[in-house]
Write a protein that binds this ligand. Structure first.
Ligand code: RIB
Ligand code: CA
Length: 307
């Protein structure tokens, strides 16, 4: 099958990142040109090690460029309470593909991929937006080379890091503000769909014996605290890949999104202005709902494709 879409994945693995990466690596419609890592769930060193372990597990040779080790302005936060101290607790990976590491910083490697490709490239951001903000600031000419920026982040309402802030945005609100104001074609895959993209015990039982990837991911799930084993595990980052591959399962609305950076209590909140109170031109496509059953079916089919 012809590869339909060139993509770059900027990530902070992260147990839910691992699921998203598996789904992307084994779908023939995606041509992953580069992975870039960013400090988020845990330090950039740890998330990079986690990504190299995953690529060794699947024996996939995609270049990996290390990115920002901290937010643009603020002190780093982390989500080790959700993913464990390693950022990907639960499974002993024997090897890492260190040979995949590039010598340049993630931002430079992203720029090279975007400018060297005659077709436009999609960027999938499933961690804090620090690298992507730097890319847009240092190399504004690359905006026209970006087909679409699909980010896991934000929320129409309640948060999961703060009362009103989702982790990826809360980790670097200034970076998110730069990205949302950049006019790059942006799709926001936020908590409103991520909280409904659940892996239930039925799906866990199915993947356990499906293949070695299912078995490994189920081990990670035992340590994952994004949701719960009885109520369902939240596949936040998997949603961003599901949007790329099966957009029909989402309800999407074009609207203006602003990122709060000044509030002492609200920094990192995404104000999704569906009713146009701010009178601004839309800058995002926002996923406002998802077909939960279709997502669970998609998840099983995605894991089944893995080796
Ligand atoms: O809020 C969920 C997001 O924060 C996901 O990307 C998860 O991996 C963490 O980075
Ligand atoms: Ca992530």
């Amino acid at each position: 099958m012809k590869k339909l879409r060139k993509i770059i994945i900027d990530t902070d693995p992260g147990i839910d990142d691992a699921v998203a990466i598996a789904a992307a690596l084994f779908d023939e419609r995606l041509d992953i040109k580069l992975f870039t890592t960013v400090a988020g769930n845990v330090s950039v060193d740890k998330v990079t090690k986690n990504l190299l372990k995953l690529l060794a597990f699947w024996n996939k040779d995609v270049p990996v460029a290390i990115g920002s080790d901290r937010p643009l302005l603020r002190e780093a936060i982390n989500a080790s309470d959700i993913h464990g101290s390693t950022g990907m607790d639960g499974y002993e990976f024997p090897e890492s593909k260190y040979e995949l590491l590039t010598k340049n910083h993630a931002v430079i490697e992203m720029y090279k991929v975007l400018m060297d490709s005659k077709e436009k490239t999609t960027i999938v951001g499933i961690g804090p937006l620090t690298n992507i903000a730097l890319l847009l600031r240092i190399y504004p000419e690359c905006v026209e080379r970006i087909e679409e920026l699909v980010i896991m982040g934000g929320s129409l309402g309640r948060g999961n890091q703060g009362a009103l802030s989702e982790f990826n945005i809360a980790a670097d609100p200034e970076a998110a503000k730069i990205v949302f104001e950049s006019r790059v074609p942006l799709t926001m895959v936020g908590l409103d769909v991520g909280e409904k993209a659940l892996v239930l015990s039925k799906e866990r039982e199915e993947i356990q014996k499906m293949n070695r990837t299912g078995n490994m991911i189920d081990h990670l799930f035992k340590k994952y605290r994004g949701g719960s084993l009885d109520k369902g595990l939240k596949m936040y980052d998997g949603c961003a890949i599901a949007y790329l591959l099966a957009p029909e399962m989402f309800e999407v609305k074009e609207t203006y999104v602003a990122v709060e950076t000044q509030g002492t209590l609200t920094a990192g909140a995404t104000l999704v202005d569906l009713d146009g109170y701010l009178g601004k031109v839309a800058n995002s496509r926002v996923c406002v709902d998802i077909d939960e059953q279709l997502f669970r079916q998609w998840f099983l089919e995605a894991i089944e494709k893995c080796s």
